[in-house]
Design a protein around this ligand. Structure first.
Ligand SMILES: NC(=O)c1ccc[n+]([C@@H]2O[C@H](COP(=O)([O-])OP(=O)(O)OC[C@H]3O[C@@H](n4cnc5c(N)ncnc54)[C@H](OP(=O)(O)O)[C@@H]3O)[C@@H](O)[C@H]2O)c1
Length: 290
């Protein structure tokens, strides 16, 4: 398949590229300097000559707190951009894969919490979440041959060379080198996911015609506090992690209290679930250069 990979220099794009190529696809990697998704004329001029069978959009405005101050910028990249792509893909009869986020869900705390399915109604709260939710709806409305895949807390090796906004694992390793004690949020439950594992699942999904909405994360769930303790344990770093609340941390944008995703639909289509998060983290840490 000929694939136009938008956001190829990002965390996910960087892990997708070699895996798509290894699966035999002819991939055109497109960095931000090659294409501007917010500009309909530009995407048409860039994509038409490539004549892709599939456009894979992993570009996004990911600065969750900054989006509270510049919602129009987030909406432009995360909603108008995907809409532009969806319209062009429909007009050209190309397929589209678009990536979204667990942040479309908000609540569900305590004993009542259960993993969200694709059928559960979204409840985005922050500006980033709202922009991503709008984007996934526009893609589904405008392009029937589309995959929309929600994932969570991505960490990929490309963050080491400055891709995207960095990732939680690298932030913990960096802070842990300088401090013996860290305060980490313990009242948000979700499933941070390796971009290596997600990429392999996406390669399997695009080999199907099972278009639609999917949840795709590693298996299991944790709080950020639990995740950081596991990072330090595996990295053999002696850092005390003190649990704090979301309110104590005081980030500008709201984060979901519970955004664990039920990934059974994806597992049934691609032949099994993504690996357990402990295993994914261990492989990520082992793959980092010293
Ligand atoms: N990161 C997470 O924790 C997370 C969690 C859930 C879902 N997701 C979703 O997963 C997908 C991949 O995330 P990621 O972490 O790989 O993101 P990333 O590392 O930030 O990569 C996104 C790429 O898109 C490019 N880009 C930004 N604006 C663009 C535009 N207007 N036109 C064309 N390219 C543009 C960026 O280039 P520049 O940097 O040069 O602008 C960057 O290379 C996104 O849809 C994201 O919303 C991410």
């Amino acid at each position: 398949m000929r694939i136009a990979l938008i956001g190829s220099a990002g965390q996910l794009g960087s892990d997708l590229l070699p895996r798509l190529q290894a699966a035999g696809h002819d991939v055109a990697p497109l960095r931000h300097t090659d294409i501007e998704v917010t500009n309909a004329a530009n995407i048409s001029a860039v994509l038409q000559p490539l004549r892709p069978d599939l456009v894979l959009n992993s570009a996004a405005y990911n600065l969750v707190d900054k989006a509270e101050d510049e919602p129009a910028a987030a909406m432009s990249v995360n909603a108008i951009g995907p809409q532009n792509l969806a319209r062009l893909c429909t007009a050209q009869n190309w397929r589209l894969m678009h990536i979204s986020t667990d942040y479309v869900f908000e609540g569900g705390t305590g004993a009542a919490a259960r993993p969200w399915t694709e059928l559960d109604p979204a409840s985005p709260t922050g500006k980033y979440a709202l922009s991503k939710w709008t984007g996934e709806q526009l893609v589904q409305q405008e392009c029937s041959r589309s995959f929309v895949v929600r994932t969570c807390g991505l960490y990929g090796i490309a963050a080491l060379r400055g891709a995207g906004k960095g990732n939680f694992v690298e932030t913990m390793l960096r802070l842990g080198r300088d401090r013996r004690q860290l305060r980490v949020v313990d009242d948000q439950r979700c499933t941070p996911t390796s971009t290596a594992d997600l990429s392999e699942a996406l390669v399997k999904l695009i080999a199907t015609d099972a278009f639609g909405l999917y949840h795709a994360t590693n298996s299991g769930s944790m709080t950020w506090c639990e995740f950081s303790r596991e990072i330090f344990r595996r990295a053999k770093m002696d850092v005390e992690v003190i649990p704090i609340t979301t309110a104590e941390f005081g980030a500008k944008a709201m984060r979901p209290a519970y955004s664990v995703l039920d990934c059974n639909k994806l597992a049934s289509v691609i032949g099994g679930p993504l690996a357990d998060w402990h295993d994914a983290l261990a492989r990520y840490l082992a793959s980092r250069p010293e």
